[in-house]
Design a protein around this ligand. Sequence first.
Ligand code: C2E
Ligand code: CA
Ligand code: CA
Length: 443
Amino acid sequence: MTAISAMGENGAAAAFVMIDLDGFKEINDTNGHQAGDEVLLAIAARLKSIAPEGASVARLGGDEFAVILPTLAANTDTVENWASSMIAEVAQPIETDIGPLAVTISAGIAVQDRGDAVGELESAARNLMHRADLAMYHAKKEGRNRYCWFNEAMEIEAQVRREMEAAIRSGLERGEFSPHYEQQIDLETGKLVGFEMLARWHSPDLGFVSPEIFIPVAENCGLIGPLSESLIRRALSDAQSWHPSLTLSVNISPMQLRDPWFPQKLLKLLINSEFPPARLDVEISEKCLRENLSAVQTMIVSLKNLGVRVSLDDFGTGFASLTQLRTLPFDRVKIDRSFVGELRRVAEAAVGAEQHREHQDHIVSTLVSLGQGLQIPVTAEGVEDDSILETLRSMGEMKGQGYLYGKPEDAAAVIKRLSELDMLAERARTSPSNDPDEQRKSA
Ligand code: C2E
Ligand code: CA
Ligand code: CA
C-alpha cells in the first residue's frame, strides 16, 4: 500500500517489479520461523542494496516484495540486466543461526504505459501492480528462479482461468464431475486385476474438458481437495460392486499431499464406504518429489499406516532420484506412457530408425530393471497395441494399462464388463439392478 501511494504521489514510477520467494513455506516448515525471519531480513537487505538509485523497495507482506524503478532506469535493457543480477544475488546462500540457507525468487515486471500516467494515478498504480503480479505468476509457472515481463496474453489467460474456476465451482455443486475407470491387466496372465479412476468433466458451458486442463486449475484455486474427495467417494461406492480381488487406484495431487489432514480424510471415506484399505492404491506423481522430501515421506508412511498402497506415478519423467526411490516406501512404480508409447511409434517408423528404437527400448527396460532391482513391482501405462504388449512382456513380470484394453469407461460400462467376466461382487450379483446409480440411491 505504501508502495502504491508512493507511486501515486510522485508519479515518477515507470516499472513495477513484483517479487515472491520460491517455496518459502517449506523453508519455514523445515527450518522454523526464526530461520524464516532471518531469510526475509537478508533478502530485504539484498534487494535494497542492489536497487538502482531512485528506486523504492517495499515488503508487501508475507514473502512478497516490490521494487519500483524510476523512469530513468526503465529502459528494457537496464531493467533486464538489473533483474538478472538481482535474481543471482538473492540466490546466494544466506547465513542464518542454523547454518546457510538458499532461497530463490520469482519476479514479474510491468512497465507503465504513457497513457496510464494521465489522471487516475492510484488506479494506474493498481493496474501496474496487477500486471506485475500476473507476470510473476507466469515466472513461477515457468519454473521459478526467474523473471517474466507482463504481456497482454497473460491478462487473457487469467480471464480464462477465472472463468474456468467459476465453472469448476458450480460444476462441483451440480455434480458434473464423474469417475471413469481404466482397466489394469496382469500382462503375464492377461487377467483384469483392477482399475484406475480418472476424473471426467462434461460442462454444460465448456463441453468436455480434459483433466489435464481442469485438474491444474482446480489445484490453483484450492478446489482440488473437495473435487478429489467427491470423486473418490463415488469410486469407492462404485467399486463395492466389483469382485473383491479387484483394486482401485486413485490419483492424488501435490496439493493434497501437503494437507496434513489428508490421511484422516481418506480414512473417513474408506470407513464410510466400508472399503478394505488394502484394495486402494494411491498414485503419487513423480513431480511431488520436487517438494519437501521429508514431508512427502511422512505422508506416504501415514497413508501406508491406513493399510492403503502407494504407487509412484509418471515414473521416469525426471524428478525421482535413485536415493529417493530407495528411501520412499513405494509399493509400485508406474512407467509413464510417454516412454511406453514410443515403443510402438518407433516400431512403425521406417527402416533407419532402428537405432532410435533401441534407444526407447532402452529407456523402458532401464526403468523396468530399476523397479526390479529395487524389488518394486512395475506397471506400464499406455499399452496401445500388441507390439508394445509383446515388447513389455519380454521385459519381465508387470501390470499394464492402456487403450489396447479399451478407453476409460463409466461405472455402468464397468459393471457390464465385470458381469461378462463373472467378476461382480456377491452383493452386486444378487442386486435387483446392476445400474450403479440405482445402487447408489438404494444404498
Ligand atoms: P495419468 O495418471 O498418467 O493417467 C493416465 C492418462 O493416460 C489418462 O488420461 C488416460 O486416459 C490416458 N491413457 C490411458 N491409456 C492410454 C494409452 O494407451 N495411450 C494414451 N495416449 N493415453 C492413455 P486422462 O484421463 O486424460 O488423465 C490425464 C491426467 O490427469 C492423469 O494422468 C492424471 O495425472 C490426471 N488426473 C486424472 N484424474 C485425476 C484425479 O481424479 N485427480 C488428480 N489429482 N489427477 C487426475
Ligand atoms: Ca495415474
Ligand atoms: Ca502418467
